[in-house]
Design a protein around this ligand. Sequence first.
Ligand code: PRP
Ligand code: URA
Length: 223
Amino acid sequence: MAKTKYTPQYEYTPENNIFIQTHPLIQHKISLLRDINTGTNEFRKLVSEIGMLMGFEALSDLPLEDVQITTPIETCMTPMIAGRKLAVVPILRAGLGMVDGITALTPTAKIGHIGMYRDEVTHEPHEYFCKLPKPIEERTIVLVDPMCATGGSASDAITLIKNRGGRKIKFLCIIGVPEGIDRVHKDHPDVQIYVGHMDRELNENAYICPGLGDAGDRIFGTK
Ligand code: PRP
Ligand code: URA
């Protein structure tokens, strides 16, 4: 039975904490990802590159402070990232594919892990692992998962982080659908959501259309 098309409930604007990416490089690489002929090695590379590009956008509000640096010419005050308390948290498994790209930009970031799998029949998420770097309440947390379908995995992962004290959370997904993004936004309006591309809808198996198939299987070659 085909699903009824979902009607978005929010405007996707930075004011609503939802940032739909428009950069041509991100769009181009997402199109390559979708292609059924893109093999595991290339797929993994693209997920990492898109992670880096989206991380670049999402971290554009990191605070700066002036520090003293001596150049070969003179000493000057010049801006550097203040604080450096970042945590990148992938939702296992597929989120792992985005970690390298983001930590290439932020090498001092600590890495947490949240294990979630979706029940194949009910599509409900189930947690099987959670380990976050301390002090999580002081860190800017970049939660990553290539796919936001029903939004259940992301929403539950954010709840887990908040229950452990996490406060400043950004969620980055490469492909979302209105239904899933709206759910995450409704459950967690304080969280900034970055979406590489907003796709059309979910099918009867709660897969994203047109999507890219199963992100975890394509990253790890498990299909
Ligand atoms: C996929 C994906 C998300 C989740 C999205 O993971 O990586 O975590 O599904 O679906 P949702 O928005 O409906 O919750 P999956 O459960 O297939 O696990 P895997 O990464 O281990 O393959
Ligand atoms: N998880 C995926 O990997 N792909 C989808 O389309 C939906 C959930």
